[in-house]
Design a protein around this ligand. Structure first.
Ligand code: ATP
Length: 436
């Protein structure tokens, strides 16, 4: 069945030579045991689309861990086996990585449940996947190496740019696929096909996404927020009525939520042009903006429900409060935008992500300008002298040292000192010369 297309030339063009060799060897070893191994998933799609992707997923009609063991022994790779799942990760000497799984069939005992799994054919394995564009496989056995196995029309859907589910219960089995559809559509600039869109609307009308755990929902939302096209993805979710499953408060203000995420994307683009080397965590910026209208306590509850690491959740919630306080301080005149020390003291306590989120969301030009100035000129300013330098200069040990360290940073921020030497002079001028 399927097409007779062969992707081996394209694989050699797109993948490192060592990766192709490893796949050939893997296919060879599988064939020796009378088994078939296939390259599957997003990498096959991306090879066809000429997109970069480093996730090498291999499915074998046979025991994945045994195959991995034979490969590791023969070629000197490392194997991490997950006995419980029957999966394994092969790690090569140059940092290569291949994920191995046994082809499997999934049964969903009830809608949105985690599936029960058993071994099956490659066809069954591909059929359980989310979309036709992700359900292609490539044979790895020597004589057939590179041959495309296209059982569900995935190649044509890739060519036409269509996101299509494999069967009509797909979103009932797993509503996270709705978020995945929005993500792939936006990231690949594809279109969800009309029938799949109807199936999504049915699942949403039936409130099926409400059955997802916060953890699973958030995992896919985070991928979407990290992807290219995050704004279009969120807009699609809003149009589908999906935002209320992220948080009920988003139902009433979906347009505002999309606009905030869009403003966040623009601020992130601006930041990346200025500072190529440091990348803020996109999902933290965009998620905080999505939920900006929530009072901080409710934001904290939402993050807990998503099972965001508690350290991150606390930080984001605390920063969100500090961001409000800073905005109020500037609007109320307690901090003047032109006062670098005042701005610095507030913003230095807030993570970059939430500073950028505030810049995107504030309706106040003075706040925006103060943040812009801070990011371009003040952020990360440190004094040059250490605590022990200060003690050598005659500062008494104890809290005085800490006060001096802060004072030197403030002097730097104000431009009163610009070098270690000038810092020393300021200390000596104030404390008097060192008595030996
Ligand atoms: P990509 O397809 O770009 O690798 P991804 O990073 O989300 O996207 P993974 O989560 O690593 O991919 O999943 C790899 C493959 O597993 C997908 O290409 C898809 O075929 C399948 N898959 C992942 N999640 C689901 C799901 N919820 N339902 C069905 N199939 C899925």
């Amino acid at each position: 069945a399927g097409s007779r297309r062969n992707l081996s030339g394209r694989m050699r063009e797109m993948l490192p030579r060592d990766a192709v060799t490893a796949l050939e060897r893997l296919g060879g070893l599988a064939a020796e045991a009378g088994e078939r191994a296939f390259l599957v998933g997003g990498l096959v799609r991306d090879i066809i689309l000429h997109r970069r992707n480093t996730d090498v997923d291999v499915v074998v009609e046979g025991a994945a861990i045994d195959l991995g063991n034979r490969f590791a022994r023969e070629y000197g790779w490392h194997l991490h086996a997950h006995q419980r799942f029957g999966t394994a990760v092969l790690l090569g000497p140059e940092g290569e990585r291949i994920d191995l799984a046994t082809s499997r069939i999934e049964h969903y005992p009830y809608p949105a449940a985690l599936p029960e799994v058993e071994a099956g054919s490659i066809k069954a394995d591909l059929f359980r996947r989310d979309f036709t564009i992700n359900a292609l496989a490539v044979e790895l056995d020597g004589t057939r190496f590179g041959r495309l196995l296209d059982l569900f029309g995935g190649l044509q859907d890739i060519r036409q740019g269509t996101i299509r589910v494999l069967h009509s219960l797909s979103f009932v089995e797993d509503p996270t696929r709705i978020l995945r559809a929005a993500r792939f559509e936006a990231e690949l600039a594809f279109q969800i096909d009309a029938q799949s869109l109807r199936l999504i609307r049915n699942a949403v009308d039936l409130e099926l996404p409400a059955r997802l755990s916060g953890h699973r929902l958030f995992r896919e939302l985070r991928y979407l927020l990290e992807a290219g096209g995050a704004v279009e993805g969120v807009r699609r979710l809003a149009g589908l009525g999906m935002l209320r499953f992220v948080h009920p408060a988003l139902e009433a203000e979906r347009d505002g939520a999309v606009e905030r995420v869009e403003a966040g994307r623009d601020v992130l683009d601006w930041y990346r042009l200025l500072f190529r080397e440091e990348a803020p965590v996109r999902w933290k910026v965009l998620l905080t903006l999505l939920l900006w209208k929530l009072p901080p306590e409710e934001l904290g509850d939402a993050l807990t429900g998503f099972e965001v690491r508690s350290r991150d959740a606390h930080r984001i919630t605390g920063d969100r409060r500090r961001a409000d306080r800073f905005e109020q301080a500037v609007i109320g005149g307690a901090v003047r935008g032109e006062d670098p020390a005042g701005v610095f003291e507030h913003l230095e306590r807030i993570s970059l992500e939430i500073v950028l989120a505030l810049m995107a969301v504030t309706g106040h030009a003075g706040v925006r300008e103060a943040i812009s100035h801070y990011i371009q000129h003040l952020r990360g300013i440190r004094g040059a002298l250490s605590g022990s330098d200060l003690i050598e200069l005659g500062v008494p040990q104890g809290p005085e040292v800490g006060r001096w360290l802060e004072r030197l940073v403030r002097a730097r921020v104000r431009g009163e000192v610009n070098s270690a030497e000038e810092e020393r002079e300021l200390v000596v001028r104030t404390e008097g010369p060192v008595n030996e």
